[in-house]
Design a binder for this molecule. Structure first.
Ligand SMILES: [Zn+2]
Length: 410
């Protein structure tokens, strides 16, 4: 019981910070009265909130943790540290890209040498047929797998149904488990999962730019099963709910976006795609089910899968674009050009990514570095491709635990 008071104060602090930054509170399903309280009157001043974060950090650090609550204490300390850093940011403190990532997500992203991006580009140059630059040929290939607008929902629903079915074989989801898709425009992200509590999520898909067919499984698995939706639902079920179902750990009813929890959330959501649809399995499902449903030529599925393997390396280009842009040695146009060159985005896609970086800044590391760190951790526990059942078990254990990046023993 030692942490209950601190945990309640932490939740109220996160809600109070949310008054200053509309992107901060990603999910909240704790006591309604706390939300009402946080929204009443004028926002509490930032320096008072920073002092409160320090008080909680010292209080939690001084608490004796029983053996089964050590991870819980480390979770609270990690989350509170990030709240304090975010408050410093809101008061005008400028972190470098790497310092900010470390303060918020507990990981210091090392620089990706341009040579490793160049060698992935060279392999893609071999793989992509036709004339023109590698960027042009990538975009031409991608045009062949765009889903016609009137088939997007049918393709997504098929992907979600399969991802859900596969996830249910390996974990017990709440009986109220439910996941609703909405289509929106004018957002800085391409899709977003809004966890509502009670085992339900609303996932929004941004239709500003055309949807390529590989987005279907990315969306179904990353946002849904076994990604964000399942992560949130398992934390609620296992920790947030009152005993006997859960443990009554109220800190899990709130999810501050700029916190180490996000590296675990994005890393497991990305790696979860591979856990649910490993290698050839993914190709087969896309080729046999999704491509026909989209009215696309299934012969493209295997070719595109090989291209996507190389794109995993180029995913790290986002970190270097964000680092250069935020640390001031790339201007906006340079950073967009960097993304066009190394992540093969169109100019419109690069501009959308820059808008994402404007808002979410070093958060971009959570996708690529998060995925790598989660994969390494799962494989170190024996959850390798060769042992899919163990891979699922270790993965499910991670998404239903309070572990933060530090607890992955990096
Ligand atoms: Zn995500």
């Amino acid at each position: 019981m030692a942490f209950t008071g601190w945990a309640s104060d932490y939740v109220n602090l996160v809600l109070a910070v949310g008054r200053h930054d509309a992107n901060f509170v990603d999910a909240y399903y704790g006591p309604e009265a706390w939300k009402v309280g946080a929204e009443a009157g004028a926002p509490r001043p930032l320096n008072a909130l920073e002092a409160e974060a320090q008080r909680l950090l010292e209080g939690v650090a001084a608490c004796e943790a029983p053996a089964d609550e050590v991870l819980r204490r480390d979770y609270l300390l990690g989350q509170l540290g990030a709240v304090a850093a975010h408050l410093a940011r809101l008061q005008g403190h400028r972190f470098t890209f790497a310092d900010e990532a470390e303060a918020l997500y507990q990981v210091r992203p090392s620089r990706i040498p341009e040579a490793s991006l160049e060698s992935a580009l060279a392999r893609l140059d071999q793989l992509l047929e036709g004339a023109g630059s590698v960027q042009d040929r990538y975009q031409q290939a991608r045009k062949r797998i765009l889903v016609p607008a009137n088939r997007v929902d049918a393709v997504f629903q098929a992907a979600i149904a399969e991802a859900r079915e596969r996830t249910r074989r390996h974990t017990v989801l709440p009986t109220s488990d439910h996941f609703r898709v909405e289509y929106v425009t004018g957002k800085a992200w391409s899709a977003y999962n809004w966890y509502q509590g009670g085992g339900t999520s609303v996932i929004q898909v941004n239709l500003d730019l055309p949807i390529a067919i590989d987005r279907a499984l990315d969306l179904a698995a990353h946002e849904g099963y076994p990604g964000h939706h399942v992560y949130n639902a398992l934390l609620e079920q296992r920790f947030a709910l009152a005993p006997p179902e859960g443990r009554g750990w109220v800190e899990f009813t709130v999810y501050p976006l700029f916190s180490p929890q996000s590296l675990i959330a994005e890393g497991t959501a990305n790696f979860g795609i591979e856990v649910a649809f490993p290698g050839e399995d993914r190709v087969a499902f896309e080729r046999d089910v999704l491509f026909p449903r989209a009215g696309l030529d299934p012969a493209e599925a295997e070719r595109w899968a090989r291209v996507q393997t190389e794109m995993k390396v180029l995913a790290f280009a986002d970190n270097e674009a964000a680092r250069g842009y935020l640390d001031g040695y790339l201007d906006r146009a340079d950073a967009e050009a960097f993304l066009v060159r190394y992540s093969l985005r169109t100019e419109a896609q690069a501009a959308q990514r820059l808008r994402f970086i404007d808002t979410y800044r070093s958060y971009v590391i959570n996708y690529n570095l998060g995925e790598q760190l989660v994969r390494d951790w799962v494989e170190r526990q024996g959850g390798t491709v060769a042992d899919p059942d163990r891979r699922w078990a270790i993965f499910v254990d991670l998404i239903s635990s309070p572990r933060l990046p530090k607890a992955l023993g990096l």
